[in-house]
Ligand binder design. Structure first.
Ligand SMILES: *Cc1c(COP(=O)(O)O)cnc(C)c1O
Length: 384
């Protein structure tokens, strides 16, 4: 067997081959909807671009390679990728999902798929007994997100996969927050990895794209069928941009992690800060699990300023100059966010506060700028 390349090389070469026409080093953007046939069925492997497109194929092969999986599938958005996974199920099936889920995922589950009679149980996936108490014959899928947004809770993927495998339940992991650089759920027993490639994978805040990666040929065939039949596919230009982003994923993540550590440590020592949520800190409640299943700790950090309330938190966010206030995460530029009024505004205050999303909580997506500039920016914003 050919020796598997290291991650740093796979992001650049994984699943790629040189263009056969002119030796283009980057796969061309095949901006075409259809492909000429010499006789019905006489084509070169491509018939219609909803079904497949060479630029998308190049991206899908790269996605499989960086997640250490066999098959990659690209979708028009992260939510479109999730939508395809849920279409593997049928009315009456039950799903166990993490209670502190990405808001858009929660909306897809409860506002779209509950109508089709799928039943969702939202539980704390850190609590194995709670998961087991919800498993029955109708349970067909466990949906994990780790680290979670914005509290940075860590779910032990291997522990959950012990339950899913012994009960023949599919285990899907939303790996958006970690990226394939930090964590590869398929190697920890997951069946499906999902990404909002919009975030770290593409990495430049310029494209919306989703991905699924699986090992099973049967799952691939079923998901490929749904991808073509439902048709939520990305265009060739977006595939190209994502592929281009993947080339620098390793070097970007290295800097996201470096800057994340610098900022988390700065916040942790600052007398003006009450609480810091970053899995790399040794007093983070899930630090040991994070250390076991992740290669590093990433650039997503949440924190609460001392004696802060809604007004102070908003003022600090407004005072930030390098951190831009915006939805999304994982791009090269640093962003700030206020979960209580932005990503988590649709969750009732009482429920939101129970999981720690207070009005005073600030979330940072630490970019790849100079760490000292970022620290200076936070310092002036908090001191203002
Ligand atoms: C953004 C995000 C999604 C949704 O992805 P889109 O590309 O915006 O559709 C799903 N899960 C997580 C954790 C996300 O951050």
């Amino acid at each position: 067997m050919k020796k598997k390349m290291h991650f740093n090389s796979r992001v650049i070469h994984g699943g790629q081959k040189l263009d056969e026409s002119f030796g283009a080093v980057m796969p061309p953007i095949y901006q075409t909807s259809t492909y000429a046939q010499t006789t019905p069925g006489g084509h070169k492997g491509y018939e219609y671009s909803r079904t497949h497109n060479p630029t998308r194929t190049a991206l899908e092969n790269a996605l499989a390679s960086i997640e250490s999986g066999k098959h990659g599938l690209a979708f028009g958005s992260g939510l479109a990728a999730m939508d395809a996974v849920l279409k593997l199920l049928k009315p009456g099936d039950e799903i166990i999902a993490t209670h502190d889920l990405y808001g858009g995922s929660y909306r897809l589950f409860t506002k779209i798929f509950e109508i089709f009679d799928l039943k969702f149980h939202f539980v704390d996936l850190q609590n194995i007994n709670e998961i087991e108490s919800k498993v029955n014959k109708k349970t067909k899928l466990i949906w994990v997100e780790t680290p979670t947004n914005p509290m940075m809770n860590i779910v032990d993927i291997q522990a959950v996969s012990n339950i899913s495998q012994s009960n023949s339940i599919l285990l899907a992991v939303d790996n958006t927050f970690a990226s394939p650089y930090l964590q590869n759920p398929l190697l920890l027993g997951a069946d499906i990895v999902m990404h909002s490639a919009t975030k770290y994978i593409a990495g430049h805040s310029d494209v919306i794209l989703g991905a699924l990666i699986v090992n099973s040929d049967d799952l691939e065939e079923r998901l490929r069928f749904i991808q073509n039949a439902s048709g939520a596919v990305p265009g060739p230009m977006d595939c190209f941009l994502t592929l281009r982003g993947i080339k620098t994923l390793a070097v970007r993540m290295e800097r996201h992690c470096y800057n994340g550590k610098k900022i988390a440590e700065f916040l942790n020592k600052s007398p003006l800060i009450e609480k810091v949520y970053w899995p790399g800190l040794i007093d983070h409640p899930n630090h040991l699990i994070a250390k076991k299943q992740m290669n590093d700790f990433g650039g997503m950090i949440s924190f609460i300023p001392k004696g802060s309330n809604y007004e102070n938190a908003i003022k600090i966010i407004e005072n930030l100059k390098i951190f831009t206030l915006a939805e999304s995460l994982g791009g090269v530029e640093s962003l700030s966010g206020h979960p209580a009024s932005m990503t988590h505004a649709s969750i009732p205050k009482k429920i939101r506060e129970k999981s720690g999303v207070l009005d005073s909580l600030i979330r940072l997506s630490v970019g790849i700028e100079d760490s000292q500039d970022l620290i200076d920016d936070i310092e002036q914003a908090v001191n203002h």
